[in-house]
Ligand binder design. Sequence first.
Ligand code: FE2
Ligand code: FE2
Length: 299
Amino acid sequence: MLLSRQEMSFDFGGAKLDPAKDREVLRWMFSQFLYGEITGIQVGHWIYAAPDLEAARFLAKQAVEELQHVGNFLRMMQMLQLTPQPAHPVLRFLATGMMGDDWDEHVAMEMATGEGFVLQAFYATIATLDHPEAVAILERAVRQEESHVDFGERQTMKAIAAHPALRRRLLGANLVWMWGVRRLAGYVGKRLPADQPVLRQLQPFLVHALSCAQLRLLRVGLIDRPLGELSATYKLAVVLELAASKLLHAVGKLLLVPLSLLPFVPARGPRRLTDTYLSDPTVQALLQPATSTAAHEAE
Ligand SMILES: [Fe+2]
Ligand SMILES: [Fe+2]
């Protein structure tokens, strides 16, 4: 990962969440986590869009892991005697409504930024939850989540190296995502008990999480200076461009018009593995010895 666990961890100063006293808070938190894990079913969609065999294999492994995480959260909720409740609409928007239109948006938004944020929430839960058995389960899931974030970061860097213009659209999506996260934190701040020692630190935790998200954007190469140094006009322009691209994408899908014919939409039709597998690096590497052996035999 481009950010270490140490960089992403927030110091709650020893404040704890008590499984009995803070049951309602934990119920809300774990219900959001559970929903996030359920959205792991989207990975199936992205296997179909994977650009190469290595990526498809990674996602197949990730799909299994996310479904295991659903089981892990159900087990933790059972241990903590929590009944799942529906996820907050803003979280549903961030995790499902903002589902990427293409591979580049998926790896940048859902994997690098989105799972990066979830990972920080997991680190925070590990640091504060006063329940060693549940924490041990979460520790195991965290290692897998780290690999998902790492994959998202590497794929994003690859995508913007190949298509630098992508940076504007992905920055627009990140700005919208940051707005959504602030809305979610605003809800938590208003509705959940503010006198709880961990929740009292929610605002500084959010500031830390957003600064880590910004650091990731810098290290991935989506921005070359802190967001505060970008003009409001520029930020508005990239968000409007994103909105226009989403609208055109939706209209294009509706009319079944090939995206590459639409203006302002990156002309990158979905090249599926079924089109590209013969030139795939993994297949090529496997074919290489057989080809050279055949050539050798022919001599
Ligand atoms: Fe997960
Ligand atoms: Fe994940």
